[in-house]
Design a protein. Structure first.
Length: 336
């Protein structure tokens, strides 16, 4: 091919490429128009008012509750929350019943807004951005700051696992949500959660030591290792939450999940704690192996939780390895 032919060929290629791009853009535009027609108008509206994009509390996840509890503990001394896992579960239940149409919004999280706080209904309930919602929610849960609701202390005591006063909790909820069915549904869920809360230690057969969050850390990525067992201390207590055929293993100290780092399936994959999202790298099969001991098997890789190099000393790290029923892969725990 000579130079002239090459230039001519290139020009033809450029024209065809331009036409292809135009066709692709038209196809994309057509699909967008169809999609907009299919989505109800209430869903297409800008966020900030009831009935608009997303369900109530759609920006609220477990990391939000983690920040709320930290803020709450900074402000509260009588009913400090030490069992983060329990309080986060209870608040998740409350989120499911959140009402923007109530006289008062105790969680202050119903809708995300892009321009700061705003009134989201005719009763004057305010809606918040995430950071403002954290502050407002924490303040709403503290009796000394929430003069609107003289019964909120009962909710504080429940969240701090210092008692379940059903009648006063009922009065607290009715202050902002007079709907009887709503109130009773939430109380029923809280009561079941409170009285069936059974955290457990996870003790290695080979070492007699407990699975432990290093340095009592609450951050994402904190190391998980074994350490001599204390007296049911928080960083060694775990809540096993059903997730279909599997369990999430949640630290009561941080409310975060036992997690295989970076979704790694290889031998030696690091195990740490992370915000719970319920993915396969946080799901575990608890497989009984006799004598009161279990294997803890990742749903993601099929590999077992393993004390590295069969070590038995304080600080020996946990990782993933092919299951082989060794004492460094067997643990004693209590299923809920």
């Amino acid at each position: 091919m000579n130079g002239k032919d090459f230039v001519s060929c290139w020009e033809e290629y450029a024209v065809l490429g331009k036409l292809a791009k135009e066709v692709e853009m038209k196809k994309t535009l057509f699909l967008l128009v169809v999609l907009m027609l299919l989505i109800p108008s209430t869903a297409r509206a800008a966020p900030g008012k009831p009935g608009e994009w997303g369900p109530p509390g759609y920006t609220v996840d477990r990391s939000f509750w983690f920040d709320v509890i930290n803020r709450y503990n900074d402000l509260e001394s009588r009913y400090r929350i030490t069992d983060f896992a329990f309080a986060m579960e209870a608040l998740e239940y409350w989120k499911g019943h959140e009402m923007c149409e109530g006289d008062w919004n105790p969680l202050a999280t119903t809708w995300n807004t892009v321009d700061g706080t705003k009134i989201c209904n005719e009763k004057g309930v305010r809606c918040y951005t995430r950071s403002a919602g954290v502050r407002a929610t924490a303040a709403s849960l503290i009796a000394s700051l929430n003069t609107y609701n003289q019964y909120i202390e009962a909710v504080q005591r429940m969240l701090a696992r210092q008692g379940f006063d059903e009648e006063r909790i009922r009065k607290a909820i009715k202050k902002w949500a007079p709907d009887g069915d709503y109130t009773e549904a939430l109380i029923r869920e809280w009561k079941i959660l409170y009285y069936n809360w059974r955290p457990t230690t996870i003790v290695g057969k080979g070492s007699g030591r407990c699975v432990d969050v290093s340095e009592w850390e609450r951050r994402n990525g904190a190391k998980i290792h074994i350490w001599r067992c204390g007296n049911n201390q928080g960083n060694q207590m775990w809540y096993l939450k059903r997730a279909g055929r599997y369990y999430l293993i949640i630290s009561i100290h941080s409310g975060k999940c036992l997690d295989v780092k970076d979704w790694n399936r290889s031998n030696g994959a690091i195990v740490h704690q992370w915000d719970c999202h319920g993915g396969a790298n946080q799901q575990w099969r608890i497989r009984y192996r006799g004598g009161g001991y279990y294997e803890i098997v990742s749903a993601h890789s099929g590999k077992c939780l393993d004390v590295k190099d069969r070590r038995t000393n304080d600080g020996a790290v946990l990782h993933m390895w092919d299951c082989w029923r060794g004492d460094n892969q067997l643990f004693r725990l209590s299923l809920p």
